[in-house]
Design a binder for this molecule. Structure first.
Ligand code: NDP
Length: 481
């Protein structure tokens, strides 16, 4: 029998994806550059479904039903190009080549353009949920042609996570739409994790709670609107004791956060698009800061005698009230981070002509992926009620949540500043919110300065047009347009 689909690249992700496909009753051709990965997959898991093992790339391609559908799941970057170059001469017009790795969306745009000239349908498929998701149901974000999606949909829908009977998979748009959405998903994941980490630090540093007590707090939060995979996992991790030392596990882990780059990509793209994704940016920079260990040591040393703010002038905190304030600050900051991420999706969609359905994006993030949360139902509902929503901040549910939480949010940011406990994502999210709601921004002064030193002109609140003041001369104003 011919295979319905093929998977090449059988490391952790490809192997699990192939097993997931086979478990759902599809015959899957499997191939890997190093053949042993393929043979061990078939030996170990061959009884889970129908695998067609291929030792050569030619046998692999020949084993798949036409028009062929081939998933490439290899290391992102040059290895992906190498595999594509190897496959293309063996393919026919109308065949579908899927890159399911973590490609930068610009690479996907480039590859799609090159292959569409050859009649090959190139698909950028974002797969979220890590190793476990690939096996048991990821969230799948697909970009490509309608022809490609028609061919892929039966497989994709069956292997994706399911929430309320809806697969967490969708054809989001052409070419790089799926990889772009996956990138922003990862950026939001950075922000989510940073906000959780700041909450933990504040509860511990301000209230002196032990990690196990904070685990209980997170467990309780997981019963409410914050319910999510990451909050649940945080409770689990904070309750974990290190076997070799008997200390809380979180205390024996090195405190320099690493990154593979998707947060950085998100921020770079946001800068290009002019979208202020302050939450994701703070989260990405906080990871960088944590890794500057020698700078941290130098500053710690120089300021080791720094006096604290006189305790009598600090705001006093009550345990239960502060826990609840941190919860509200976390929720409000999270709304901001998602609002910004969805703004970036809208801007990317406009720039590249993807016509993204933002409600659909929220829908397919509800299961399978790392940021899955009750929260996403609210986003889905917000876009269903108002597809052209200006910002998530003004959707009724979120506006109410911010309105109720804003005092707590201010108190938490004030406490963090007074006690020297850094909460960059909390603080900048609050500043973002206050920035948007302000009647007049000091951007007016910036425009005046720009006109002064560079004749960059300014607009006026009382008249149309752009203007310039002769700052060096008689300070007369001229119309610049
Ligand atoms: P790796 O990223 O570690 O890549 C290893 C695979 O790539 C192996 O199959 C390897 O073959 C193959 N490979 C590398 N270079 C070449 C080449 N020049 N020619 C042919 N094959 C090559 O594997 P993962 O399973 O971790 O990830 C696969 C993809 O999925 C990546 O793009 C990753 O970013 C993405 N991803 C990973 C997630 C995760 O949680 N790990 C989550 C979501 C996406 P060989 O065995 O012969 O060395």
């Amino acid at each position: 029998t011919r295979a319905t689909i093929g998977v090449t690249g059988l490391a952790t992700m490809g192997r699990n994806l192939a097993r997931n496909i086979a478990r759902h009753g599809h015959t899957v051709a499997v191939h890997n550059r190093t053949t042993s990965r393929m043979t061990s997959l078939v030996e170990q898991f061959g009884d889970e479904g129908d695998f067609v093992g291929a030792e050569t790339i030619e046998d692999f391609v020949a084993a798949i039903e036409q028009p062929r559908a081939i998933i490439v799941m290899v290391k992102a970057g040059a290895p992906t190009d190498a595999v594509i170059d190897e496959l293309v001469p063996l393919l026919d017009e109308g065949d579908i080549l899927v890159d399911a790795g973590n490609a930068h969306f610009a690479d996907t745009l480039r590859r799609e353009k090159a292959l569409s000239d050859k009649g090959i349908h190139f698909v950028g498929m974002g797969v979220s949920g890590g190793e476990e998701g690939a096996l048991n149901g990821p969230s799948i974000m697909v970009g490509g042609s309608d022809h490609a999606y028609e061919r892929l949909q039966p497989v994709v829908d069956s292997i994706a996570a399911q929430v309320d009977g809806t697969p967490c998979a969708a054809h989001l748009g052409p070419d790089a739409a799926g990889h772009f959405v996956k990138m922003v998903h990862n950026g939001i994941e950075y922000a989510d994790m940073q906000l959780i980490a700041e909450s933990f630090d504040l509860l511990r540093s301000v209230l002196g709670l032990e990690p196990s007590e904070i685990a209980d707090v997170f467990r309780e939060w997981n019963e409410g609107d914050l319910e999510s995979f990451l909050i649940e996992m945080t409770a689990d991790v904070l309750a974990h004791t290190d076997a070799s030392t008997g200390k809380p596990f979180v205390d024996v882990v090195g405190d320099a956060a690493e990154q593979k780059g998707t947060g950085r990509w998100t921020v770079q793209s946001a800068l290009d698009l002019g979208v202020p994704v302050t939450g994701i940016a703070e989260a990405t920079f906080a990871r960088s800061l944590s890794g500057h260990t020698s700078q941290r040591a130098a500053v710690r040393e120089t300021f080791s005698d720094l006096a604290d703010l006189d305790p009598s002038t600090q705001r006093q905190v009550d345990r239960d009230a502060f826990v609840d304030d941190v919860r509200a600050a976390l929720y409000a900051s999270k709304i901001v981070a998602y609002a910004q991420g969805f703004d970036q999706l809208a801007a990317g969609s406009k720039e590249h002509g993807w016509d993204l359905d933002l409600g659909e994006v929220a829908t397919i993030w509800r299961g399978g992926c790392i940021i899955r949360a009750r929260f996403l139902d609210r986003i889905k509902e917000a876009y269903a009620a108002e597809p052209d929503l200006e910002t998530l901040l003004t959707a009724p549910w979120f506006a109410d949540a911010i309105g109720e939480g804003v005092q707590a949010w201010r108190r938490v940011v004030a406490v963090s500043a007074e006690r020297g406990v850094p909460a960059p994502a909390f603080a900048s999210s609050l500043a973002y919110f206050d920035g948007l709601r302000r009647d007049r921004l000091p951007a007016a002064l910036i425009q005046a300065l720009r006109d002064n030193f560079g004749a960059h002109t300014y607009t006026r609140v009382d008249r149309d047009g752009s203007f310039h003041t002769d700052w060096a001369g008689d300070r007369s104003e001229s119309s610049a347009s």
